[in-house]
Design a protein around this ligand. Sequence first.
Ligand code: FE2
Length: 266
Amino acid sequence: MIRLLHLSDVHFGAVNDRLPGPIVALAHDLRPDATVISGDLTQRARPAQFAAARAFVDLLPGPVLCVPGNHDMPLWNLGLRLLAPFARYRRAIGPELEPTLALPGAIIQGVNTANPFVWKSGQLGRSSAKRLTTAFAAAPPDVMRIAVLHHAPVPAADGTPADMADPAAVLGALALAGTDIVLSGHTHMPHAGFAETAAGVLFLQVGTAISTRLKTDTNDFALIEIGADTVTQHAWLARQDEGFVQSAKARFLKSSTGWRALPDAV
Ligand SMILES: [Fe+2]
């Protein structure tokens, strides 16, 4: 059983200052095998915001795998945005925009979906798709193949369409690469489920872990337990003055025909 801590959209520059302390303490209590942050580490990609994000990452239980989000590219500095959109991210968070992490029983591949040429929606570039396919093809056959993307090619929890170029093609590329699980953020709304057209790909989204940019009534993150053919997503929600408290869990079983949801009590 692998335990992954999944945080997203921490948005340093727009952080609720009461939350980083409790989430760091809880992160260690939960003893994950790895921590994943699915993009938007900063609010406006400013150097001081990246420095704060880096300090936060350093406090989390490692290894920590991060991917950039649309907020991690400078918005107003057009020269930097177009010529070196990820220079500040690389300097602070790490040189690799699409890191790979191999754990016993899982391979986790980061995918950079942030597109400097558009305002906020995502894309799956050809080289990213190729990298994902290559990493998953090289992994042992029986491990869970987990892709980490800031943007997901499926609707948000409230039905908002996927904020991504050609989501049907992205879904097809993820399925073709052999993806079992996608961890993502961007919508600031937690969600779990799968698309009917790609029943073998389970989408697990979390909201914003610690930022003030709420789209739901509170902050959240997830602890994900991954077995040989099962996944359990435990939601943790911020509660006023209590830090984070454990909330609902969602369980899924993978068979040869794809994923299906399991009743909570089983
Ligand atoms: Fe965000």
